[in-house]
Design a protein around this ligand. Structure first.
Ligand code: SF4
Ligand code: SF4
Length: 365
């Protein structure tokens, strides 16, 4: 007899927490490193897990401009928090990558290039905004062999958001809180800790079979999940108004930029936590004994003075000019370059800006 999980996309099935454990086991059994939200250093971050019990069970977050706290929630849900402190990009587009190493051995130069990366990954618990961010990076890094290799073997288990932080604005960007079809499997967590699960790919169907959940969820349970996601969208207190961006883009040299960005410290936090910021620099190192050299690629930020350095000096000298570059690239010229916004509304740049600068506010006053 055919089950609902034999079709792609599948109908939602009801999954108990033990079924989630079976899915994590199946992903590990397929040779993947499973990355998921975990409580680490006082925040909900991302890290390797070996069991669904490693998820932040009973933890919630409280985010605002320049503030982040975690607290115990009254229930035992696994996914009642918004975007984790870090984004998933660092597992696909690493902070530091060795490109080439050369050594002088017996008068001959030995060259060691970056080798193939055979590591296969699974992201469990990725949110709609971060899924959209990976789809943005797929376009931007289409010619990056290391990214594409990691991406090809990636399995993704998305979770619909049922709670939004005060910094979230995915609903206004059309990127959430429902993850849509981009992941192998989409989960929705109900108030009693049960999950709805629907497969979008053959891998998703195989994972559902491994979980043992084979029967379609009742219409009442599906309606319950939909109501939670809709309430999450309706609760978002921030939104990005495209007219505000158009107005800002029309005045690239206005005085308002200085006023808007006067609190900017050029620390670059916003670019480090942003799931779509992708800029890198190349750094060469030589050994003190002069017989070895390495070339590294590392994340860089348009907020650093050196990032726009060309012969004779930096193009963007003032913090306001660097903020304007970041804002207008992310929200305006990204459309011309890559056919979408560079922002997915995760709100991390607002939370993790030490002075709480908020890109959803109007630049032109
Ligand atoms: S610009 Fe800010 S809100 Fe938009 S994707 Fe980047 S970190 Fe998230
Ligand atoms: S906007 Fe905020 S996080 Fe970004 S560089 Fe300026 S001070 Fe740092």
């Amino acid at each position: 007899m055919a089950h609902v999980v034999d079709m792609v996309p599948s109908s939602p099935v009801l999954l108990a927490p033990e079924g989630l454990e079976a899915i994590v086991d199946a992903l590990i059994g397929s040779g993947r490193d499973v990355i998921a939200p975990v409580v680490l250093d006082g925040v909900i971050s991302l890290g390797a897990i070996t069991s669904a019990d490693d998820l932040p069970i009973g933890w919630a977050d409280d985010q605002g401009p320049g503030t982040y706290r975690i607290e115990h929630s009254a229930d035992h849900t696994r996914f009642r928090f918004a975007a984790p402190a870090q984004s998933w990009k660092r597992f696909l587009h690493e902070e530091r990558t060795l490109l080439v190493r050369t050594r002088l051995v017996d008068g001959e130069i030995e060259i060691e290039n970056r080798g193939d990366d055979q590591r296969k990954l699974a992201f469990v618990g990725i949110r709609a905004c971060d899924l959209a961010a990976i789809q943005r990076l797929d376009v931007v890094l289409a010619a990056d062999a290391a990214y594409q290799q990691r991406r090809a073997g990636l399995a993704m288990i998305a979770v619909a958001c049922t709670t939004a932080a005060s910094t979230c604005f995915c609903a206004s960007m059309g990127t959430g809180p429902d993850p849509g079809p981009g992941a192998d499997l989409v989960l929705a967590e109900l108030d009693d800790g049960m999950l709805l699960a629907a497969a979008n790919t053959d891998l998703g169907c195989r994972l559902l079979r491994a979980s043992g959940a084979l029967e379609a969820a009742s219409p009442e349970r599906v309606a319950e999940a939909n109501a939670l996601t809709e309430a999450c969208a309706a609760s978002q207190v921030r939104a990005l108004d495209p007219d505000v961006v158009t107005q800002a883009a029309a005045h690239p040299h206005g005085e308002e930029w200085t006023k808007f960005a006067e609190r900017c410290l050029s620390c670059g936090n916003c670019t480090m936590v942003c799931p779509t910021c992708f800029c890198t620099s190349v750094e060469d190192r030589t050994s003190i004994t002069d017989d070895a050299a390495e070339r590294w690629q590392r994340w860089d930020s348009c907020f650093s003075l050196d990032f726009s350095y060309i012969h004779g000096g930096s193009i963007r000298q003032s913090p306001a000019s660097r903020y304007r570059q970041w804002y207008l690239h992310k929200l305006s010229t990204w459309h011309d370059q890559f056919g979408s916004s560079g922002c997915v509304g995760c709100g991390r740049c607002i939370t993790w800006c030490p002075t709480g600068i908020d890109l959803t506010k109007a630049v032109m006053s």
